[in-house]
Write a protein that binds this ligand. Structure first.
Ligand code: ASP
Length: 440
């Protein structure tokens, strides 16, 4: 029997009318049994997401002891949702209790999680489905990572006898017994966790776009839609800023080989993008699947004669970064050179100076240079490993657009080529690569 887990994002929960749409989507396919929801998102540009208002509530509690004014916005938003849905549901009692707990617990994760809690309570009512609180079934371990085994068991247990169920996304229970949230956008991860627990046939992720595009539509006009992606390509593209789906969503479903289908709540007839584990993946025939870019990196360039023969050189450099708790993104290297690429935000507040001093002390480099305001652009696709001349085409396109390459890193999987350019060249570079591989 097919079982579909459907996650609906913030724009699909934005108001009562859209929630009615969601109801018809779910009811149009009897396999759509388990639903995971986000907090209501923006109804129009300039509107405020419920989760953002909840973070304001927490600030108000911290400053004034209670969250009267900010919570009023939450209250009126959910009141109008219930009115638009025309359901008989005592949302006011649920809101009263929520406000009280926000004021007494004074906890940021608890407060932020209430948008999902409230929208799941409403959606369960709309569907006549069982509400299952994520706090009771999604668990984190002592390292703050989600505990797959314990969560799988609890989810299956909670679903026993339930034909349809609604879960709030974004949170679970921390090791200390308190509510803990994932990072922002984390309801995508919750959906994947439920899909894995029930061994779903497919994990449908309903958003407000019809899937992944080959690059950012703010940079290239109407880029091609990607019909199929592999998990690995997805990971590369979403890590690099293609933000249709949270970049960690594949981990729960990967082991179980569950496909993820990105669909559009506002155009349910569109095919969307199907993200397949490698066992089901069929290459599209295109050399490149997608291009994504991320700005604001710093490159530390280190040169030292005979570096390659000095045992432990790289380790010494990396331990300086470890000492200051700085994550490293890439380490392109040559015979006597290595570069370390780091997100600039991680080097703020004097950390860059500390790191440079640490590297000087640790390895006494001949040259130590820093390049700031660097953008990384990843050109991703399984087709790249089998077509000869892909990098030649890429660099020729960049040269023709007069873009200076500051750094090159080709992953050993040959799934991607990453180039570093000045932040100011980023968009032009993406356009040039897109034109080369996709035409105009
Ligand atoms: N509501 C949360 C956020 O705004 C989580 C989510 O939407 O996935 O980040």
């Amino acid at each position: 029997m097919a079982v579909k887990v459907c996650k609906f994002g913030g724009t699909s929960m934005a108001d009562g009318n859209v929630m009615n749409r969601v109801k018809s989507i779910i009811e149009s396919d009897k396999d759509r049994k388990y639903v995971v929801v986000s907090a209501p998102g923006k109804r129009y540009s300039g509107d405020i997401k419920i989760t953002d208002i909840l973070y304001e509530c927490h600030k108000e509690v911290a400053e004034k002891g209670s969250c009267g004014a900010a919570f009023q916005l939450i209250r009126s938003r959910f009141n109008s949702i219930v009115r638009e849905l025309n359901i008989d549901f005592d949302i006011d009692s649920v809101l009263d209790e929520t406000e009280m707990r926000i004021n007494t617990e004074k906890d940021v994760d608890f407060t932020a999680s209430r948008g999902e809690y409230l929208s799941a309570r409403v959606m369960a009512e709309v569907l006549g489905a069982k509400f299952i609180d994520a706090e009771d079934v999604i668990f984190f371990d002592e390292n703050g990572l989600y505990d797959a085994e314990k969560s799988d068991k609890a989810i299956r247990e909670a679903l026993r006898g339930a034909d349809k169920a609604v879960f709030p996304g974004f949170y679970g229970k921390g090791f200390n017994g308190k509510v803990k949230t994932f990072s922002r956008g984390g309801s995508d991860i919750s959906g994947a966790i439920v899909a894995r627990a029930v061994n779903a046939t497919v994990y449908e992720n309903w958003t407000d776009v019809s899937g992944f595009l080959a690059c950012d539509p703010r940079i290239v006009d109407s880029p091609k839609r990607i019909k199929m992606l592999s998990y690995k390509e997805l990971r590369e593209l979403s890590y690099m800023g293609a933000n249709v789906l949270h970049s960690e969503s594949i981990f729960p479903v990967r082991k179980a080989n569950i496909p993820i289908h990105i669909k559009n709540t506002f155009r349910p007839e569109d095919d969307g993008t199907l993200i397949q584990p490698s066992v089901y993946y069929t290459p599209s025939g295109n050399t490149v699947t997608g291009i994504a870019g991320k700005k604001d990196f710093t490159v530390i360039f280190i040169e030292k004669s005979l570096m390659n023969s000095q045992i432990g050189f790289v380790r010494k450099v990396l331990s300086v970064l470890e000492q200051y708790d700085i994550p490293v993104e890439h380490i392109p290297s040559g015979i006597d050179t290595m570069s370390v690429v780091i997100e600039s935000a991680a080097l703020k507040n004097g950390k860059l100076e500390l790191v440079l001093k640490g590297i000087k002390d640790a390895v006494a480099p001949d040259t130590l240079r820093v390049l700031e305001d660097i953008a990384l652009i990843a050109t991703v696709g399984h087709g790249m490993s089998s077509s000869v001349g892909t990098s030649a085409r890429l660099f020729k396109a960049m040269a023709a657009a007069e873009i200076n390459v500051k750094m090159i890193d080709q992953g050993s999987s040959e799934l991607n080529i990453i180039v570093g350019v000045n932040n100011s060249d980023c968009d032009n570079c993406i356009r040039a690569i897109y034109r080369e591989f996709f035409g105009n």
